[in-house]
Design a binder for this molecule. Structure first.
Ligand code: AP5
Length: 213
């Protein structure tokens, strides 16, 4: 049976966003990315966005209560009632427990396995479209025309503020300390599936598609 309540787990730069966007389109389910929601709040200049930006630029996690609140509100929206793909949430034990308390049962937790070395190479070359959010890599996945988004034609692709060497190092440390323990948490529940993230984006997609149907 097709799985529609999905979650992406994995280190920063594993390719969670790249894969989640495509799966969301193919399955017509919302892509719920806490990173994208926090960046949007920051762009709009809300109080929450300003507070979150301080943590994000330093490569630290935003406090649990802030992130849990925005995910709870988002999952309450009508379009999430028939499925969703969570990207970047939960990231701590407290967030995973909060998700359970919301009564959310996941059909599959897709753990994208990528080494720290690969993460550093990927995040150092990531560029994205500030208009539509499409993600590229200067070497591994460049847009057809340099600096122009394939998806929407916007010119002026940008690097993320937190893709600086010091912040990448902090994010990786945070991942190993706070998020990697969730692998065992979801293994116990029986929802975890490991996906080799060090293949081409197409091969990673096919491995995910095979699992979720
Ligand atoms: P978030 O936006 O979630 O960032 P992240 O988890 O660090 O993940 P990334 O977006 O960096 O990477 P990705 O795995 O999506 O990889 P991508 O597809 O872009 O969070 C940002 C910040 O927000 C956090 O640090 C924190 O402060 C805060 N935050 C968010 N959620 C939170 C939460 N739940 N709790 C607390 N704080 C939270 O790919 C990366 C690059 O690699 C791209 O250039 C891509 O083109 C390339 N690439 C992708 N796949 C491949 C491949 N197979 N081969 C080669 N290159 C590839």
């Amino acid at each position: 049976m097709s799985k529609r309540r999905l979650m992406m787990l994995g280190p920063p730069g594993a390719g969670k966003g790249t894969q989640a966007k495509r799966i969301a389109t193919e399955k017509s389910i919302p892509h719920i990315s806490t990173g994208d929601m926090l960046r949007e709040a920051r762009r709009k200049g809300t109080e929450m966005g300003k507070e979150a930006a301080r943590y994000m630029d330093a490569g630290q996690l935003v406090p649990d209560e802030v992130v849990i609140g925005i995910v709870r509100d988002r999952l309450d929206e009508d379009d999430a009632s028939q499925g969703f793909i969570l990207d970047g949430f939960p990231r701590t034990r407290a967030q995973a427990e909060a998700l359970q308390q919301m009564g959310i049962e996941l059909d599959a937790v897709l753990n994208i396995v990528v080494s720290d070395e690969a993460v550093i190479g990927r995040l150092g070359g990531r560029i994205s479209c500030p208009s539509c959010g499409a993600v590229y890599h200067e070497m591994f996945n460049p847009p057809a025309t340099p600096d122009v988004c394939d998806a929407c034609g916007y010119q002026g692709l940008i690097k993320r503020d937190d893709d600086q060497p010091a912040a990448i190092k902090k994010r990786l440390e945070g991942y190993h300390a706070q998020t990697a323990p969730l692998i065992a948490f979801y293994q116990e529940i029986g929802a975890l599936v490991a996906i080799d993230g060090e293949q081409s984006p197409e091969e990673v997609h096919d491995a995910i598609a095979e699992v979720i149907g």
